[in-house]
Design a protein around this ligand. Structure first.
Ligand SMILES: [Zn+2]
Length: 414
């Protein structure tokens, strides 16, 4: 192999799998000292070792030749909520995933230069009187009408953010954000969290993106992001009159309309001085008594990210990619492709798909791509003809001998 392995990708793949170097050594049969030297770029990765490592980590070998760099928990571009009680390994695993999404999505975006109408503005806390004002500025910048935000994920996607709903397998982290230009902001939300909490997490993440992009971490950051989230989802002018009377029953009604938790509403009521500190404490005691602090009644519906699945669908429908080819493009194995990029789609039988790739000459190709001549039953033929069918071309040309078929090999070669 001429290309060299990018040691960053070795570490990234290992972290995504939540493995230590010792575990990878056990799984791959390669000494840990060697793995450590490979990851530290102190030794060139042996071709055979790479095969074992790739297999142990469940990534195609091409994954490791990608350029790119990890940005870890130390970087100011990455923010976490509730990170203190989370194990370092879990943080690395989730950080790894956000890095992986960023690197692979650049490939997805390349084919479709999407010009999004909106971007995430950068606004400094020093330039505004209050954090609330920053939230309102973003709302007006994006042209959001007054009242509740109906679909926050759709709103973020319109502003070029890539949102992924992923099962973090732990409930201590709600969301992770990373913004490394020129890549778009990448936001991961924990799919196992209730929808109202996810919306609050997303608004919190947006607060970080807007206010703290180029800042070194400081103590007030988390508080500012929380305040931004509350103001962004519940602007004072729109909600203050609706909040009264602040009772559990009334909060239950408001929750459905504003799509935020009762706790967030009560908290906002205190922030806006609609209720006193004492009333606030008593309401939270009531929530606890009903068990609502752990799990609130009448959950709201989950919002689904669309942008990435639309990009995947465009590759399938307009460029004729199969799922296997898309997995190859993204440098992941097919199982991970379904898990990470096509959540909710079921895996189609491979044999069935192979048959669907064969067509008779003279018929209109089901999808563009490179086609190779095959025998009547799909077998290989000597010196097969190979043709490229561009989108819009029709129909498939004759074969060299009658009775033969065309089998689609892959997407059109650029
Ligand atoms: Zn935060």
């Amino acid at each position: 192999m001429n290309a060299t392995v990018n040691p960053e990708m070795l570490t990234l793949a290992r972290e995504v799998r939540g493995m230590t170097q010792t575990q990878l050594a056990q799984e791959s049969g390669i000494r840990q000292t060697k793995i450590s030297r490979y990851e530290g770029d102190l030794a060139k990765v042996d071709e055979e070792d790479l095969r074992y490592i790739a297999e142990a980590l469940g990534f195609p070998e091409e994954f490791f030749f990608q350029s790119g760099q990890r940005f870890g928990a130390e970087s100011t571009e990455v923010f976490h909520r509730r990170r203190r009680s989370v194990s370092a390994r879990d943080i690395r695993r989730i950080d790894g995933l956000v890095n992986l999404y960023r690197i692979s999505c650049d490939r997805l975006l390349r084919a479709f230069q999407q010009v999004r109408a909106l971007t995430v503005p950068s606004l400094s806390v020093d330039d505004f009187d209050t954090v609330d004002d920053i939230a309102y500025a973003v709302r007006s910048f994006w042209g959001i009408p007054s009242g509740p935000i109906k679909n926050l994920i759709a709103q973020l996607e319109q502003a070029s953010c890539l949102v992924f709903s992923v099962d973090f397998q732990i409930d201590k982290i709600d969301e992770v954000v990373q913004w490394i230009p020129p890549s778009p902001p990448i936001i991961l939300v924990n799919s196992s969290a209730p929808a109202d909490r996810t919306r609050l997490s997303l608004a919190h993440a947006l607060g970080h993106l807007v206010m703290h992009r180029n800042e070194l971490p400081y103590k007030e950051m988390e508080h500012e992001a929380n305040r931004f989230a509350a103001a962004f989802l519940m602007p004072e002018h729109d909600i203050i009159d609706e909040l009264k009377p602040v009772t559990i029953q009334h909060m239950l009604e408001l929750k459905q309309y504003w799509k935020v938790s009762m706790q967030a509403l009560i908290y906002r009521a205190k922030e806006l001085e609609v209720i006193s500190e004492r009333r606030f404490t008593s309401l939270f005691q009531q929530l606890s008594r009903f068990g609502y602090r752990k799990s609130e009644p009448f959950p709201i519906d989950h919002e689904k990210p669309r942008l990435v699945s639309d990009l995947v669908d465009k590759h399938r429908l307009e460029l004729g990619y199969t799922d296997e080819e898309l997995a190859q493009l993204l440098r992941v194995n097919i199982v991970d492709f379904y898990k990470w990029y096509r959540t909710g789609h079921k895996v189609v039988d491979f044999q069935e798909k192979k048959m669907a790739n064969r067509q008779k000459p003279g018929t209109k190709p089901k999808r563009p791509g490179e086609y190779i001549e095959r025998g009547p039953r799909g077998g290989k033929v000597p010196r097969p003809r190979i043709v490229t069918i561009e989108p819009g071309d029709s129909p498939l040309p004759p074969t060299q001998k009658p009775g033969r078929t065309w089998e689609r090999k892959g997407p059109p070669k650029p």
